[in-house]
Write a protein that binds this ligand. Structure first.
Ligand SMILES: Cc1cc2nc3c(=O)[nH]c(=O)nc-3n(C[C@H](O)[C@H](O)[C@H](O)COP(=O)(O)OP(=O)(O)OC[C@H]3O[C@@H](n4cnc5c(N)ncnc54)[C@H](O)[C@@H]3O)c2cc1C
Length: 414
């Protein structure tokens, strides 16, 4: 970690740097400024404040101490934003049922908050949300901010944005995480705009530069050809959305509870233009449930035709699995989009993922590589899918899949 150094012969003891330092890393001793290296966050506020150029920053690279993540993080935070502290997770709910991605984010949020030495807090918005508030404590929240108001019963962009903006402006978290669900994507964009901060959508990995307190937000970029790590160094809060099933759900400690921090919404229904009339669920989305599947049997271009998917369907039925697909299979019209796994489809995390006739393009891998066990069947021994597979079967899937069906059926009937 780098920190500010002082050329003592140049220091005139004016204390200007001490005044502007947001981290109390500088103090006066015998008429000359001293630095507490552990407290310095390299924010550089002090450098222009010094009239005699007595301060300089020793950069990490120069001392051969680049951080493990290899990214050079430079922060120029206004003092009022440097005061933002804590990690928040928005707990998404519909009709009183929390979305599992929120708990997955609690696990990730806890890791980040521990690295930063701050508290993990959950935000629960809605009506009659006491049960969810308790669950948030059980999943590891140290604080739970609650706005319980009939206006928030059903999701609408404006009142939810109003509520979240109000909470952030009052309590000032440095990081705010939301699920990359339909609701989360809509809300996160609106909240980031209202708070005039940055948002990195659809992250697949989160980490933090502890010294600079900057969130390292990794997501596929340029059509999935590269993984980009995006920083929001100079605005707060740092906001990310993460897709369901990317992170693992933490342990739920049923004995935990706490006292929520209850805030008032302060927004009357008459002030809201959008009215909730009816919720009409997407019929297909309820038939295909890749999110919660323990086993997924997925097919790609190697399946060859739509009848090929009937064979995969039979395997899925024998195993009690859901049917997945690569984009190539969807685009060929062999199977509906709702089955697509990958960057522009679903992110899944089953116990077992069968990849049949799928090459393993990065856009597919980002959607399934966190599965517990991956079984790949491909006639090309060099296919990229084998690089993430737990078990690989090299051969013609049209011979192997019927044999698997036979074997599993025999085992079941014994
Ligand atoms: C912006 C963008 C977003 C994308 N989003 C997604 C996404 O969400 N999901 C996704 O899947 N793709 C996505 N893609 C497309 C992706 O780049 C690949 O083109 C796609 O995943 C390839 O599908 P595939 O593996 O089924 O087909 P191919 O790459 O053609 O692979 C077919 C595989 O089947 C094998 N095979 C052939 N015959 C047999 C046989 N008889 N037995 C066994 N193996 C056989 C071949 O050896 C080959 O490895 C995206 C691309 C872009 C640019």
């Amino acid at each position: 970690m780098g920190y500010v150094h002082i050329k003592k012969e140049k220091c005139i003891g004016c204390e200007q740097c001490v005044v502007v330092c947001p981290f109390e890393a500088l103090f006066m001793k015998d008429g000359i400024v001293e630095v507490i290296p552990d407290k310095c966050k390299e924010c550089r506020k002090c450098l222009p404040a010094c009239p005699t150029e007595a301060l300089y920053l020793e950069r990490r690279e120069r001392r051969g101490q680049r951080p493990e993540h290899g990214i050079d993080v430079t922060v120029d935070l206004p003092p009022e934003l440097a005061r933002y502290k804590g990690v928040w997770v928005m707990v998404e709910q519909q009709d009183g049922t929390p979305h599992s991605v929120s708990w997955e984010l609690m696990g990730e949020g806890l890791k980040i908050s521990q690295k930063l030495g701050v508290e993990l807090s959950a935000v629960v918005l809605g009506e009659n949300v006491d049960g969810i508030r308790r669950e948030a404590f059980q999943y590891g929240a140290q604080n739970v901010y609650v706005i319980d108001d009939p206006v928030l019963k059903d999701y609408r962009t404006y009142p939810y944005t109003f509520a979240m903006t109000k909470l952030v402006n009052k309590h000032k978290p440095e990081i705010l995480l939301m699920g990359a669900t339909s609701l989360g994507r809509d809300l996160a964009g609106a909240v980031a705009t209202s708070l005039k901060t940055g948002l990195t959508a659809d992250c697949t990995k989160l980490d933090v530069d502890e010294a600079a307190r900057v969130l390292l937000q990794t997501r596929p970029a340029f059509g999935g050809n590269i993984m980009a790590t995006i920083l929001c160094a100079n605005h707060r809060p740092q906001m990310s959305t993460v897709r369901p099933r990317v992170m693992s759900r933490p342990y739920k400690d049923e004995s935990r509870d706490g006292t929520p921090i209850v805030e008032q919404l302060g927004l009357a229904e008459e002030k809201i233009r959008t009215k909730f009339i009816e919720f009409i669920p997407d019929a297909v989305a309820h038939v295909v449930n890749l999110d919660d599947a323990d086993i997924i049997v997925a097919g790609g271009r190697g399946v060859g035709c739509d009848e090929g998917f009937s064979v995969l369907k039979e395997l899925a039925e024998v195993l009690g699995a859901e049917l997945g697909a690569s984009r190539a299979a969807v685009e060929a019209g062999w199977i509906d989009y709702e089955h697509q796994v990958g960057q522009t489809g679903k992110t899944v995390r089953p116990k077992i993922y069968f990849a049949c006739g799928i090459s393993g393009a990065i856009q597919h891998l980002v959607g399934m590589q966190n599965s517990d066990v991956i079984i790949a069947i491909n006639n090309d021994p060099n296919a990229a899918i084998f690089s993430v597979a737990t078990y690989g079967i090299v051969g013609d899937m049209h011979k192997i899949v019927p044999e698997l069906i036979k074997q599993f059926k025999d085992k079941k009937n014994k």
